[in-house]
Design a protein around this ligand. Structure first.
Ligand code: COS
Length: 388
């Protein structure tokens, strides 16, 4: 049965997240964007309300939201400000590998740490020379007795400067390409340095940092899953988190669409509100369709996960469609505002800058097409749900 009717609980969750976005995020979003303000106070309030760590199961102190419910929350928060929503959601990306392959001890300790009090964790995959090409990473983890020693730098790390622990991918076999990567939980200590905070085009309220591990020692049992199985853990993580990014893109598109619609009813040119002109009506109609289809594709990819099914292609469909749609809708919203759209006193130029990252992080729109093409032309036979 195909049915996206939300339950009363899901509607209440959406309302709560929307209320939070409207009252706590929107009023400061443009100011925080201008100044690149770290939204700590908002993050702490989100944590109090259970809007952070949404997917963490109840047994580890989280609310145990389904992927569909997570997508509903992420769209609302991103409607408020996608930069702040990214900071609120980053623990979800860092903890997903533990959900995929983590031991009971690691889950209890590190998921519990994030739900017992306000703390942050970051996902460290990307490196200066390894973006789309994950296998090209240079960070190493060398086993020494009952420890691993980690060396290397990770860049573009969301919340990196404030995280208490990191999920880190590193080479445990330098000669083995993607089959030589392992995944670890790395607590922050003095050997972990924050080298750089990026000055970004959009999502300026989120913290994006370069993190370097200098002879960082961790207990051997901080390996997530098996040695040299990290690449698959990363791919399975992204299958699970891309629906959330697609939901955030939907939130940006919806915000841009709403601003443009309201403005078109107020702005008078040629003696009538510009909404009366077909040129504007068609842009508004295209925006409405894109928001609608983005949400449907997102929810579809999330529900598959909730059913325990592999969603690789649907996740990439949703991420690539919603990200491209957010960029198009935000650009058109600027167009509807005309010259005012280009001015920072008006809300839509921020949304256009914020939308751009949707086509870049958690796999560029080109990588999503690559995944879709491979899944279409050379479908992999993997049991459902995929295992490492
Ligand atoms: N689930 C489970 N296993 C998967 C998988 C998935 N979704 N995708 C790939 N794999 C497995 C493959 O089956 C293959 O397994 P074997 O080792 O048994 O052969 C292995 O992983 C390698 O797959 P593939 O050959 O497709 O790897 P590539 O190096 O060509 O990389 C892409 C594939 C480009 C899709 C991948 O590197 C990618 O997603 N890059 C983007 C990374 C990204 O999103 N970065 C953003 C930063 S993270 S915030």
């Amino acid at each position: 049965m195909v049915d996206f009717t939300l339950t009363d609980e899901q509607k209440a969750l959406r309302e709560m997240a929307h209320d939070f976005a409207e009252k706590e995020i929107r009023p400061v979003a443009w100011e925080y964007d201008r100044d690149g303000t770290w939204p700590e106070e908002i993050l702490r309030k989100a944590w109090e309300l259970g809007l952070m760590n949404g997917h963490t199961p109840e047994e580890y102190g989280g609310p145990g939201l389904t992927y569909l419910e997570g997508a509903i929350v992420e769209e609302e928060l991103s409607w408020g400000c996608s930069g702040i929503a990214t900071s609120i959601g980053a623990n979800g990306l860092a903890t997903a590998p533990l959900g995929v392959a983590g031991s009971e001890e690691l889950k209890r300790k590190y998921l519990g740490m994030l739900t017992e009090e306000y703390k942050l964790a970051s996902f460290c995959l990307t490196e200066p020379d390894a973006g789309s090409d994950v296998s090209g990473m240079r960070t190493t983890a060398v086993r020494k007795g009952d420890k691993y020693v980690i060396n290397g730098s990770k860049c573009f790390i969301t919340n990196g400067g404030y995280a208490d622990w990191y999920t880190v991918y590193a080479k445990t076999d330098k000669e083995a390409g993607h089959r030589g990567i392992s995944c670890f939980v790395v607590p922050r200590d003095d050997t972990v340095t924050v080298d750089k905070k990026e000055d970004k085009m959009g999502q300026r309220a989120s913290n994006t940092a370069t993190i370097t591990f200098n002879e960082t020692e961790i207990p051997a049992d901080h390996l997530i899953g098996e040695e040299n199985k990290g690449f698959k853990i990363a791919m399975m993580t992204l299958d699970r988190t891309r629906p959330g990014v697609a939901a955030m893109a939907t939130g940006i598109a919806r915000a841009a669409f709403e601003f443009a619609t309201e403005y078109s009813k107020e702005r008078v040119q040629f003696g009538v509100p510009i909404a009366m002109h077909q040129a504007i009506q068609f842009m508004i109609a295209d925006m409405a369709t894109k928001v609608h289809i983005s949400r449907l594709a997102t929810w579809n990819s999330a529900v598959l996960l909730d059913q325990g099914r592999r969603n690789t292609i649907e996740s990439s469909h949703a991420k690539r469609f919603a990200a491209d749609a957010a960029m198009e809708v935000a650009t058109d919203a600027v167009q509807v505002y005309g010259g005012y759209g280009f001015i920072k006193d008006y809300p839509v130029e921020k949304l256009m800058r914020d939308a751009k990252i949707m086509q870049l992080y958690e796999g560029t729109s080109q990588i999503q097409r690559l995944v879709i093409a491979r899944e279409t032309l050379l479908p992999r036979r993997i049991e459902e749900p995929a295992t490492v």
